[in-house]
Design a protein around this ligand. Sequence first.
Ligand SMILES: [Zn+2]
Length: 351
Amino acid sequence: MTRVIGQQRAVHFLNGLVHKGRIPHALLLSGENGTGAAAAALTFARVLHCENEDNLPCLKCNGCLKTSGLNHPDLSILFPFSARTKEETVQTTLRQVVADPYGYTLPDDHATISVDQIRGLQRQFAYGAYQGSWRTSVIMHADRMRPESANALLKTLEEPPPQSLIILVVSQVEVLLPTIISRCQFLKFPPLQPEDIQVALIERGLEEMKAGSVARSCGGNFRRALEVEAGNLAELQDRAFRFLDALVWGADGRTYAALEQLASDRQAVFDVLKHAEAWLRDALLLQADKQTSVVHAERMEDVQRLADAFDVGRLCDTVSQLESLREMNARNVNLQLGLLSFWRSVRGYAA
Ligand SMILES: [Zn+2]
């Protein structure tokens, strides 16, 4: 099982709860998917069912074997599904969630936590624990609860049975009812430190330099790091460099056509602008003699070319223009004009 990556503060807090024997009835772990809220929730629940006393499940005892096999009677995991999801898919997904809380397949857009799932939890909590002393339930993506599910859950939170723990995992805490939030002990999972991500990627077999490069380009999110690593990082980086190359040095007619085409594909714009910004930041780092922090360490010559083409002030200005283009893209504004004026400005700046 994956350990919790980074998040020292949250982990320290959770370990403290176990050591002091002060387990609350409800925990609310909030963080973008990939920052480790899910991993921490599952680890914490499993520690309560482990027969050995430690900060991590031992993975060997009877309790751990049952929690990893999803057949511990005192641990339930609720996950959003759509009404038509087959039981087989449910089991596969849950197994994936336990095996890799950072990399499992996210629920589809229409999936919700149904009121039946909450009633199942209530039935589980209605009797004493079968084994050991705790009844636990982890509600993954709890921001996907239907209103009637949230209301049903609220009743349990208002009158929690003794020795019971519900852990809600959310990426958008503001979606929850305030009455639910107020009954939970709240714990926030901020973006991860690149160093923590790098170490975790190396543990998964990635070579050190590549791990560093991925870790610095994934926005503190391990799920994104896995996606990036899974395939398209080099390709996306190259496309973004070709974009900058065309803006700075390309022939007018071809650059114009390429920008027009790019403007029509929002996802491509998102990727190209994000990675173009990373290239320009690298050029800035090089100008500041900070080679070791460069993301594109494997393409130092290209970073150097960019660093040579701009002075520091113009480079900073270009980065902030890119940021505003990204904001426009996020607001669904058509980018054709924005890209063209960005091009004119870059062309005017470049040496
Ligand atoms: Zn164990």
